[in-house]
Design a protein around this ligand. Sequence first.
Ligand SMILES: C[S@@+](CC[C@H](N)C(=O)[O-])C[C@H]1O[C@@H](n2cnc3c(N)ncnc32)[C@H](O)[C@@H]1O
Length: 379
Amino acid sequence: MRRGFIFACTKKSEKEMLDNLIFATNKVYGYKVLAIRKDDFVFLYNIDTDILYGTFISTTDGQYDNSIPLFNGRYPYFVKVQPKTEIKKLNNASIVFRKLKISWRDILSERGVEVLSKILENKNLTLSKNISGLVEKNFRPPIFSTTLWDFPRQSYGDKPKGNNKYPGVTPAFIIYNLIHRYTEPNDLVCDPMAGSGTTIDVCKEERRRVIAFDIVPTRPDIIQADARKLPLKDNSVDMIFIDSPYGDNIKYNEHPLNIGNIPASDEKFYDELEKVMQECYRILKYGKVLAWLIGDQWAKKTFIPVGFKVYERLTKYFQPVDIICVVRRNQSSNTPFWHSKAIQHNFYLRGFKYLIIVKKEHKKQNFGNLKIEWRSYER
Ligand SMILES: C[S@@+](CC[C@H](N)C(=O)[O-])C[C@H]1O[C@@H](n2cnc3c(N)ncnc32)[C@H](O)[C@@H]1O
């Protein structure tokens, strides 16, 4: 399937983009650029003059190069294009966007491209009142700007990410959001408890390098290792994502070193996770981020604040960055039976997970007992 991507430019950048036939943008829309495939459709929208140019065809996949000699190096995400035929111009494009109920930030479906191209070619197009299907809604998850993250599906895009039948599989949009925030293409991401490999699939699509481990690997690209002893050098990875067991509520496997066989009510569970945290601290580069997904438990009529306990242990080593509330969907307890039980017996079903984001602080320089002696020099 071929899709449509609208790049924005200004009065200043328009000429450079059209002369070089390279359309470029910054990190904010980097996620969109990396979704472009060769032969997709591309448009250029000047936000100062409200003029849309098109239709172009991408001659490459979306690219990243932070040393690109164009645009003063401010736009490292780009695509090379060729005009499909003669370049057409549409004045007052924002009025057309409004009528079509699209934004230049959207990714267009084939139908969206067809409609916009026809308007550009000045072919009189009578728009039906209920024009729909112009935008690819769930092709790329949003990049969230608040601390509440919610997306309706475990996966997104054309290819599955991880295996949604794997117990406790991670929603892929979480990893997607994290790597776009905290890494750049080609950085190395590590998942020490990789399960069905969601992190691997997301990273590969977003052009990050990735290394993943699990005590019982489910696929050949996951390396067998205990997350408390990883075969990696000190200070060697750019980001770590972990969706650890939340106690013994899910049976992953019978391996004796599976931390998911220890109940969250037992302090040993947190002691073992703390060893994982120490190992993460060792392999992570200074100034880089670890994100840990964790949920609380309500079992046997007792509430266990697993998230707070994990946070407490994490901050013994790392500096807090933020805590995200991730909405839980597709829970097995999301049934009328469990909803009525929760109200009848006065307990709550789990509605969210914590995504705890922490950082390995930059090494503080140790000046020891160094005394600074101020001198004045003759000129
Ligand atoms: C919540 S699942 C991870 C889900 C995964 N992110 C996905 O999307 O499929 C937790 C994983 O931790 C693994 N695990 C438990 N103890 C481990 C240990 N000591 N070392 C490495 N992995 C471990 C389990 O085998 C399980 O696959």
